[in-house]
Design a protein around this ligand. Structure first.
Ligand SMILES: C[S@@+](CC[C@H](N)C(=O)[O-])C[C@H]1O[C@@H](n2cnc3c(N)ncnc32)[C@H](O)[C@@H]1O
Length: 220
């Protein structure tokens, strides 16, 4: 479990959702940018896909960044020991050489990355959420056909949002304005809502969300 500012920002129970995000982010292989290392769950899943040639991870928290660097080193040592040949990336580099742990906030780092240089972006700096500013930068960095996916949870306590479909529609409009093509129906996973997750416990109850969605936004 990862806790920051007295809030749980990541729990290992989220593996199923991270798997869906990582699978979306690796469908083209190539160069993948991930925002937020957290517990490294999605990062490890991205590394399972050998067609990923480069994996950039931007992490703002210094302690978490140290864990990211340690994870990268362990992975490199493990690959070299266990299977030095088949763990090589398409360009002949090993897994660890293909990983770049970058210190900083996405807001500071992404402006320095080149236009149309990425095949996919996985954005999960929870509790921060996707903004239109982010979508515009992401659109600039992705190659045409590149895929953006991100952490998207529909809170069950917002009464004005009637359904997943309404919630998705608002996302869809923003994505389209930023230059993405998106499906009318989001891919989503339902996660169990805890019975004891009533309003008074909201601040401490991690599963306060009804639906976890998996946006698949393709750069036009
Ligand atoms: C929920 S965790 C990510 C979980 C991760 N997907 C996993 O599978 O373990 C969010 C991470 O984003 C980082 N973060 C928060 N805001 C950020 C920002 N603006 N730029 C980069 N990283 C950020 C936090 O320090 C934290 O490590």
């Amino acid at each position: 479990m990862l806790v920051a500012h007295c809030e749980i920002v990541m729990s290992s129970d989220e593996r199923q959702y991270m798997r869906a995000l990582a699978t979306t982010a690796t469908r083209r292989g190539g160069a993948v940018l991930e925002i937020g290392f957290g517990m490294g769950i999605a990062s490890s899943m991205i590394q399972e896909e050998l067609s990923v040639a480069r994996h950039f991870i931007v992490e703002a928290n210094h302690q978490v960044l140290q864990r990211c660097l340690a994870w990268k080193n362990r992975l490199g040592q493990m690959c070299a020991r266990v299977d030095p040949v088949s763990s090589l990336r398409p360009d002949g580099s090993n897994a660890a050489a293909a990983i770049h742990c970058i210190d900083g906030f996405w807001e500071e780092v992404m402006p320095f990355l080149a236009d149309s240089s990425l095949d996919a972006i996985l954005f999960d700096p929870y509790p921060a959420v996707v903004t239109f500013e982010f979508l515009r930068v992401a659109s600039r960095l992705l190659k045409p056909g590149g895929v953006l996916t991100y952490y998207l949870a529909r809170p069950h306590f917002v009464p004005s949002v009637a359904s997943d479909q309404d919630f998705w529609k608002a996302q869809q409009e923003q994505l389209a304005r930023a230059g993405f093509a998106v499906a009318d129906v989001p891919e989503h996973l339902m996660l169990r809502l805890r019975d004891d997750c009533g309003a008074p416990q909201l601040a401490t109850c991690f599963y306060r969300y009804l639906a976890f969605l998996v946006p698949v936004a393709v750069k036009r």
